[in-house]
Design a protein around this ligand. Structure first.
Ligand code: NDP
Length: 447
């Protein structure tokens, strides 16, 4: 049977864009459907605008730090509208750039919502199209918890379009999104309270990362309500009244409540059941090579239950296209994925946490750790610390995990990830000459 397309991709986020262009480069006839702005979560309402806001928010610390280096004190004023406008202008530039990349690659863009009719047929707007292979790359979206008044809260999506800077903001949730936005808003002068249901942020990260970020955030003035949860939100004349339960249950009055309690795959309305595609815990069920329960349909990125990170979606999309259209069969390994949290202070991590390593290797795990004031702050007077940590299996000396909290952690850990993926040992770290003076040199001098 002749199909309209060799490949039809649903969703023009990072994963969908990468896979469609790669498949087209092998000569496949490819279309991609997107009913929102081309670029998806990362480019339009996630990593990119968030990182720009992180950059914007950090100037407040630098102005203070400069005084110790002889600069006269500045009394900065901050214009929220200017930052939001500049960020959104950049986002729209990137959106256009990605559309032009699709054109250059010969991928047909269909700006409509797509839904399945059967395993080879898709309805897009008022058209029906057929494809030999279909890739689901629809991503995820923030999930709000159903409590009274939740409609008064916003998610990270709306953060990038907030008309006015909140004077007082509550952040509900202690995952990546919660801690990053708490840092951004704190940096630009908003009074931030972060509500977390346990006593620690960033579940799943190494405990030294969690405690050092939380300590650093608290020093910057973020008020934590630990072992506390939100029960109800009410609109009152002074703003929003947030009713809490747990250890720190005194109600809060804020202007904005950011609900950052997790995300879920964006599958509603896609009619995947028409295509015989099954789900598992709300995500598209896939095999190791991203194939769904329907052999001609694949899924990648945040709509499947693997690591929900942009570079993983891109890698999965390219591996799929290489395998199915380029005759280069490959899958994406999911071990030793480096990741960073752009909180203030920042964290970077790759490999096993101390807890996970001990679970796997028991008493043979040895940790090397240092916590110190970085040289930059020897003149600023600021009480800022850096934490570096290696998790090592002592029989083989293999470094299982590298963790860092402090300035430029993301940049430093990217290089460490190469070493970890190559199987570096503690002896390899030790015989590496330090770059002096630097923060990263601590990794090769740990005793
Ligand atoms: P996460 O799943 O990381 O965190 C959710 C937070 O909400 C946790 O603190 C969790 O608490 C809390 N929570 C969940 N359910 C409830 C509940 N019923 N009541 C109270 N609290 C609750 O989600 P995020 O939205 O922060 O991030 C989503 C994904 O986005 C991440 O997994 C990540 O892959 C990606 N991301 C990556 C970034 C990066 O690479 N820098 C940046 C931003 C997002 P508990 O810990 O107790 O479960």
């Amino acid at each position: 049977m002749a199909y309209d397309y060799d490949l039809f991709v649903i969703g023009a986020g990072s994963g969908g864009l990468a896979s469609s262009k790669r498949a087209a480069s092998y000569g496949a006839k490819v279309a991609i459907a997107e009913n929102d702005l081309v670029g998806g979560t990362c480019v339009i309402r996630g990593c990119v605008p968030k990182k720009l806001m992180v950059y914007g928010s950090r100037f407040s610390h630098l102005y203070k730090d400069a005084v110790g280096y002889g600069w006269s004190e500045v009394r900065p004023s901050f214009d929220w509208h200017k930052l939001i406008d500049a960020v959104n202008t950049e986002v729209l530039r990137l959106n256009k750039l990605h559309i032009s990349f699709l054109e250059k690659a010969g991928v047909e863009l269909i700006e409509e919502y797509a839904k399945f009719i059967d395993p080879h047929t898709i309805e897009v707007g008022d058209r029906k199209v057929t494809a030999e292979k279909i890739l689901i790359a629809v991503g995820g979206k923030a999930e709000k918890i159903d409590i009274p008044g939740i409609e008064h809260s916003i998610t990270s999506r709306e953060m990038f379009h907030l008309k006015d800077q909140p004077k007082r903001m509550a952040v509900w949730g202690g995952g990546y999104i919660g801690v990053e936005f708490a840092g951004i808003l704190n940096g630009v002068g908003t009074e931030v309270t972060q509500i977390i249901r346990r006593n620690s942020i960033l579940r799943g990260f190494d405990q030294d990362i969690c405690s050092n970020i939380q300590e650093g955030m608290a020093k910057h003035g973020i008020n934590f309500r630990t072992n506390t949860n939100v029960e109800k939100i009410e609109k009152v004349s002074e703003g929003l009244k947030v009713y809490l339960s747990g250890e720190n249950a005194e109600p809060l009055i804020v202007d904005t409540l950011l609900c950052a309690t997790g995300r879920k795959p964006n599958l509603a309305g896609l009619n995947i059941e028409n295509a015989g595609v099954e789900t598992l815990r709300g995500a598209v069920a896939v095999s190791h090579n991203c194939r769904t329960t329907q052999p001609n349909i694949y899924a990648i990125g945040d709509c499947i239950d693997k690591a929900n990170l942009t570079p993983i979606a891109i890698a999965q999309g390219r591996a799929f296209a290489d395998t199915e259209f380029g005759n280069i069969s490959r899958t994406v390994p999911l071990e030793n994925i480096p990741t960073a949290v752009f909180s203030e202070p920042e964290a970077g991590t790759v490999g096993l946490t101390e807890a996970a390593a001990k679970e796997k290797f028991g008493n043979s795990v040895k940790c090397y750790r240092a916590k110190f004031r970085p040289m930059f702050h020897s003149l600023t007077g600021a009480d800022e610390k850096v934490m570096v940590k290696l998790v090592v299996e002592s029989n083989t000396e293999r470094v299982l995990g590298v963790h860092m909290v402090g300035k430029d952690a993301a940049e430093i850990i990217q290089g460490m990830a190469i070493a970890i993926n190559m199987g570096a040992t503690k002896a390899d770290f030790d015989r590496t000459i330090a770059i002096h003076p630097s923060t990263a040199e601590e990794f090769v001098t740990l005793r």
